[in-house]
Write a protein that binds this ligand. Structure first.
Ligand code: FMN
Length: 180
């Protein structure tokens, strides 16, 4: 089964989270995971994918322009129903806890629903999720660095565990659907 992880990231926070999602997806037998920054992401390979996961930094409570521009290239696939039945999931980072994580995740999921995709979130039986996760995908906070030369506040170990958990769940659900 083919799984595609596409992400936007200006300063690496979301990129690290994207890699954890890809790692988790790869842990399931039979998964072939491809991961691309949205700059390099290819629309033409989407038809060959069984699952598509996309994510971005939250920009003013919604999808970053870079990823939205790419999603808006999917009109032809939508018109032909080419993504119907594929598994989808979303992830994001924001700088503040109440800075629009859930709105960004919902905005990321909406185009998947328009395309007839089957959304996978994270349930409450993932231990890290019960503590501070989200049911709509993975959304984590990376507080803004206070000085330009401060080391980046990248996602924590627990954040990355959530990313891996989402990736694993995407692969597990995709494997089940592929067997039917
Ligand atoms: C144009 C712009 C808008 C942003 N809007 C928000 C916001 O609404 N809420 C928030 O918490 N963080 C906001 N941020 C901060 C980013 O979401 C956050 O720093 C993110 O982790 C950056 O990820 P990246 O390094 O992968 O680009 C914004 C950043 C930019 C550049």
């Amino acid at each position: 089964m083919n799984i595609y992880v596409v992400y936007d990231s200006e300063n690496g926070h979301t990129e690290v989270l994207a890699k954890s999602v890809a790692e988790g997806a790869q842990e399931v037998a039979g998964a072939k995971v491809t991961i691309d920054h949205v700059r390099e992401a290819k629309v033409r390979i989407l038809e060959d994918m069984d699952a598509i996961v996309w994510g971005c930094p939250g920009h003013f409570g919604t999808i970053s322009a870079g990823l939205k521009q790419w999603i808006d290239k999917l009109g032809y696939l939508w018109a032909k129903g080419k993504l119907v039945g594929k598994v989808g999931a979303a992830f994001c980072t924001t700088a503040t806890v109440h800075g629009g994580i859930e709105m960004t995740l919902w905005n990321l999921i909406t185009p998947m629903l328009h395309n007839g995709m089957i959304i996978v979130g994270l349930p409450g039986n993932v231990p890290e999720n019960v503590l501070y996760g989200s049911y709509y995908g993975v959304g984590v906070t990376c507080p803004v660095e206070m000085t330009p030369d401060a080391p980046p506040n990248l996602p924590s170990g627990a954040d990355l565990e959530l990313g891996r958990a989402l990736g694993r769940r995407v692969s597990q659900v995709t494997a089940k659907l592929s067997r039917e």
